[in-house]
Design a protein around this ligand. Structure first.
Ligand SMILES: *Cc1c(COP(=O)(O)O)cnc(C)c1O
Length: 362
């Protein structure tokens, strides 16, 4: 008997997630100097991690022999103060991707349906399939989540409905008014999952806490991977009702979030100057890339996040050509967008280089 015949069907049929290629990997593959490569493929922070977070992470390493605080007590308290909620309304994960998986553990099984936009963050679908449920994908309209169509796709079997805002890979957002009305109209057996991974980049992000106070079934996801620049440490969180947080906390591993990440996240929350500067620089970068696209007549999807879709003709070819020139972007064919690439907003210098090299290869 081979291993495959022993594995669960959901494992054998699980699609493979294709991450942005690491700089070292591309350097090796193409014989390039890693120092000259820029990665604009995974919506990472071009300004690095918050310096306060780095100092805190280094200090935490000195106690590497100790298990972390399994309940992330201090971090949940600080998050609670930040959001004006209670600590028992939070669950912290090994990246917010882990919260998506915890939602699967807690709520999703064979015969269930999970509704999501398409294209949206692919992990919703991967986790849905892994738990043997059906992923119901609702096409975007004008690049935005089509909330009425999503509501119409809900059936008695629906367990979760994902809305990513701003959405990855489009960078588009739904309004607060829309989101509040959408969640308020959901049937009682459906949990809304609002992925706010890029909320800190948005000037006035929707405030969905009224929904939590009203007792609606909703959980919001946030991450330290993006504006706080801590993607490598893997830490994110969800917030919602205490009952929901308790269920998600029950299905996670006892020490799912390491101590280095917890220390870094605590410090990053204090570094408001860093986050404010990154958001401002990002807005300037978005304007610059938009202007560059207009000058050259390339279509783009106006974005409020830290990345943008640009129509380049053959996305796969442009991705390869850029990579040979030391710029890693993300082809989005797997999202059904073969003519586009997704580029992360970089530093001023990186954005100029991106536009120059794009012009050379498109
Ligand atoms: C980057 C991203 C995340 C963050 O995932 P982590 O596991 O916290 O690194 C979550 N959702 C979306 C839509 C993202 O693009």
């Amino acid at each position: 008997m081979n291993y495959e015949s022993l594995a669960k069907t959901s494992v054998l049929t699980q699609p493979v997630y294709e991450p942005g290629k690491p700089i070292e990997y591309v350097a090796r593959e193409l014989g390039l100097d890693p120092a000259g490569i820029i990665k604009l493929a995974s919506n990472e922070n071009p300004f690095g991690p918050s310096p306060l977070a780095v100092a805190a992470a280094k200090a935490a390493l000195e106690h590497g022999e100790l298990y972390p605080d399994g309940g992330c007590y201090e971090l949940r308290r600080k998050l609670a103060a930040r959001h004006g909620l209670h600590a028992d309304q939070f669950v912290v994960g090994n990246g917010s991707n882990e919260i998506i998986e915890l939602l699967g553990h807690a709520f999703v099984g064979a015969g269930d349906e999970v509704v999501m936009g398409a294209p949206a963050f692919v992990v919703y679908k991967l986790v849905t399939l892994l738990f043997g449920a059906k992923a119901v994908e609702v096409p975007l309209r004008d690049w935005h989540h089509d909330l009425p169509a999503i509501a119409a796709a809900i059936t008695p079997r629906t367990k979760l409905v994902y809305v990513c805002t701003p959405n990855n890979p489009t960078g588009t957002a739904n309004t607060e008014v829309e989101l509040l009305a959408f969640v308020r109209a959901l049937p009682d057996h459906v949990i809304a999952v609002i992925d706010e991974a890029y909320a800190e980049y948005v000037e006035n992000p929707p405030d969905l806490r009224p929904l939590i106070r009203e007792g609606r079934k909703v959980v919001c996801l946030r991450t330290f991977s993006k504006i706080y620049g801590l993607a490598s440490l893997r830490i994110g969180y969800g917030y919602g009702s205490p009952a929901l947080a308790a269920l998600l906390n029950r299905v996670r591993q006892p020490f799912n979030v390491n101590a280095i990440a917890q220390a870094a996240a605590l410090a990053a929350l204090d570094d408001t100057a860093f986050a404010t500067r990154c958001a401002a620089e990002n807005r300037r970068g978005l304007r610059r890339i938009e202007a560059g696209c207009r000058e050259r007549g390339w279509n783009f999807v106006p974005s409020v996040a830290n990345f943008m879709l640009i129509e380049v003709g053959d996305g796969g070819r442009v991705f390869e050509a850029l990579q040979r020139r030391g710029i890693i972007v993300r082809p989005v064919k797997s999202y059904g967008l073969p003519r586009w690439v997704r580029v992360t907003v970089g530093t001023e210098e990186q954005n100029e280089r991106l536009l120059r090299e794009l012009a050379a290869v498109v």
